[in-house]
Design a protein around this ligand. Structure first.
Ligand code: SF4
Length: 235
């Protein structure tokens, strides 16, 4: 597994961004997250060592733009160089998530055609309104590997009609002292929708405020993923 952040910074875009961990971290350091800037790691996938070998070893999953949004407007001038590097490394698998899926067709390279086989796109949704809007677009896009990321999930959602051609649905709650609660019933409902459509499902993290069997729990950050794992409902 490798991380690749060719640029950093992002602007809040929808309800799911309310407690964005990038903004929270930056504000502690006095960094303005709204400034989108290239990083020193821009060329990471094609950087080589003195022996002429790629520094990112073959066969890895590369998590792209996990401190920004790959489709943000500010990066339109840089994105084609990233596509070129992904083309140069068919031995790696790249995955990025976006809340800006409506920009996708504007952002793809000329040779995209039906999609690159070494790229997974994750469409992020948080409520029914954004699910209806983004998934109606996402379901029609030429992408070979599609994931849906329901995180932070802030209300119950029905996405069953948009699960065709989706490889994986991930569900997670919100992490913050003031986070909106995650109700376990919403998680189980999405799981049932996935089972009906034969789509892989993963419960990735609880919320700081978690409701199960009508009881409210407050969890520490370090418990969010481990408690989700204990639920043992991935399928
Ligand atoms: S789109 Fe993602 S990175 Fe950007 S502000 Fe929202 S949560 Fe943060």
């Amino acid at each position: 597994m490798a991380m690749w952040n060719p640029w950093r910074g992002c602007r809040k875009y929808s309800e799911g961004c309310k407690f964005c961990y990038i903004h929270k971290g930056d504000s502690k350091r006095g960094v303005n997250t709204n400034n989108v800037v290239k990083t020193n790691n821009f060329n990471a996938p094609i950087e080589q060592n003195k022996q002429g070998q790629y520094k990112i070893k073959s066969g890895q999953t590369v998590y792209l733009c996990f401190s920004t949004d790959f489709l943000i407007e500010d990066a339109d001038q840089w994105r084609n160089d990233c596509w070129s590097m992904m083309r140069e490394r068919p031995d790696l698998h790249f995955i990025f998530l976006t809340k800006r899926i409506e920009r996708f067709m504007h952002c793809i390279p000329d040779d995209w055609n039906g999609g690159y086989d070494n790229v997974t796109v994750g469409c992020t949704i948080e409520n029914q309104d954004r699910a209806d809007f983004r998934l109606s677009i996402f379901s029609k896009l030429p992408i070979i590997h599609k994931n849906i990321i329901c995180q932070p999930l802030i209300e119950p959602i029905n996405i069953k009609k948009n699960l065709n051609d989706v490889e994986l649905v991930v569900v997670g709650g919100e992490s913050d002292y003031n986070a909106r609660p995650l109700n376990y019933d919403w998680v189980l409902s999405i799981r049932e929708q996935c089972i009906d459509k034969n789509v892989r499902f993963e419960f990735r993290q609880c919320g700081t405020h978690f409701i199960k069997d009508n009881k409210n729990y407050t969890l520490k950050v370090r418990e969010l993923c481990s408690q989700a794992k204990k639920a043992n409902i991935n399928c």
